[in-house]
Write a protein that binds this ligand. Structure first.
Ligand SMILES: Cc1cc2nc3c(=O)[nH]c(=O)nc-3n(C[C@H](O)[C@H](O)[C@H](O)COP(=O)(O)OP(=O)(O)OC[C@H]3O[C@@H](n4cnc5c(N)ncnc54)[C@H](O)[C@@H]3O)c2cc1C
Length: 384
């Protein structure tokens, strides 16, 4: 394969990637494409790569389909996986840059380049036995989790309160609505959100479409309210504007309150981490944990994560080569589609005001997901 401005040197190349999500793996596959001889170590506490953009589909597909064992990928792409969670701060990053060694457990691992791609994690709220959050949906399939928790309520026609009208909350809400209808599970659904509409980060037409479908399906919408707590048979809410507390019947709460923004590393145009204004030329970052000072998209999306991962891989290769000319990050998001159960979706393509809905939007989403599956199979079809 030919990579512009990459003239490989003779030296061996040792790369450590911390985090095997969308960005870490996209970088790994790209490096392997151009340097079959590179020594690559992946550090990740999970035994599998989680295709988290599919997680809500566990209501209709086995959860195992979205967990690709690192052991399988290690055979395909020839890398060594170490099961560990790496903790670090700015001082540590500077130390790693100068020593070119990281300590993982008892092991000292030398590297020429380090990539940090640890994602963003989810916001955590205090939990009780009547509350489910995304961490639990990673461990157990949607149907098992929902049915067990509904049975535990003992209610004959329970209320389920979903909290969070962002993309993840909406995707789960429609999957659950479809699932309980198909299985004829008696229950009522409600969405609570602090905003006044749903999907407020997108063009207003997306939210309008979703709210119309929610009304068709009889899903209650409670906007302008913070979730406070779920008791045995009711939920406590706080009005965002007045602070007034209120109670509504509820037997189970599902939390989809968004990502934690606590671990964003700053990086320059090329994906190299900056600490105190200084670029660490051997330490790169990509994905949700990174914020690039550049014209490209810093959205916390799989699309940006893949593009940043591929860009830092190309820049690591170029930096290791004879011509150290790096490429700036300029990727703009090409669209975003939110699934609304198996048959419906809504989103935008090319320009944010180009709204697509229904079956065509579902097809767009499936094409995007298939492209990522091809990358994991070693077939890179990304042109942009
Ligand atoms: C339910 C859901 C649906 C989504 N749907 C879409 C969608 O349809 N389209 C879209 O564009 N985006 C979607 N997103 C967002 C998308 O999944 C993220 O933007 C994307 O996963 C970010 O990739 P990443 O590589 O930065 O992080 P991740 O994919 O989260 O991977 C991070 C990896 O780092 C590992 N890790 C974490 N901490 C450490 C540590 N300290 N040391 C070592 N390893 C660590 C984790 O185990 C994980 O494997 C969705 C997110 C969710 C939660």
């Amino acid at each position: 394969m030919f990579l512009p401005f990459y003239v490989p040197g003779r030296e061996a190349l040792r790369i450590v990637i911390v985090g095997g999500g969308y960005s870490g793996l996209s970088a790994l596959v790209t490096i392997r494409e151009y340097r079959p001889d590179a020594e690559i170590v992946l550090v990740d506490p999970r035994p599998y790569h989680l295709k988290i953009t599919h997680l809500h589909e566990s209501f209709r597909r086995p959860l195992a389909d979205f967990k690709v064992p690192f052991a399988t990928l290690a055979k395909r792409f020839n890398f060594h996986h170490i099961t560990a969670e790496l903790k670090f701060d700015d001082a540590e990053l500077k130390q790693w840059q100068s020593d070119r060694v990281i300590t993982v457990g008892q092991d000292q691992i030398g590297f020429d380049y380090l990539l940090i791609a640890t994602g963003a994690g989810f916001k955590k709220l205090a939990k009780s036995s009547r509350i489910i959050d995304l961490d639990e949906f990673i461990e157990k399939s949607g149907p098992d989790l929902l049915e067990e928790n509904l049975a535990a309520t003992g209610a004959s026609d329970p209320w389920i309160t979903a909290v969070g009208g962002g993309a993840t909350g909406i995707q789960y809400l429609f999957e659950i609505a479809n699932f309980v209808r198909e299985r004829r599970i008696p229950c009522r659904l409600r969405l609570v959100d602090s905003e006044h509409g749903v999907l407020t980060q997108f063009d207003a037409k997306l939210g309008q479409y979703v709210q119309a479908r929610m009304a068709d399906l009889g899903i209650e919408h409670v906007p302008g309210s913070f979730f406070r707590t779920q008791e045995a048979d009711h939920v406590v809410l706080e009005a965002t504007e007045t602070g007034e507390l209120s109670e509504l019947d509820s037997h189970l709460t599902l939390l989809f309150v968004g990502k934690s923004a606590s671990v964003r590393l700053h990086a320059n145009f090329f994906g190299q981490v900056t600490v105190d204004g200084e670029a660490l030329d051997r330490v790169f970052t990509a994905g949700d944990c990174s914020y690039y000072r550049s014209l490209g998209s810093n959205a916390m999306t799989a699309q940006s994560a893949v593009r940043k991962g591929k860009l830092v891989a190309r820049n690591i290769l170029r930096h290791s080569g004879l011509v150290k000319l790096l490429e700036p990050y300029l990727h703009r998001d090409l669209g975003y589609v939110i699934s609304m159960g198996p048959q419906d979706s809504v989103g935008w393509v090319a320009l944010e005001r180009n709204v697509v809905g229904g079956f065509p939007a579902t097809v767009v989403k499936e094409i995007v997901e298939a492209q990522y599956d091809l990358l994991l199979a070693g077939i890179d079809t990304y042109v942009l």
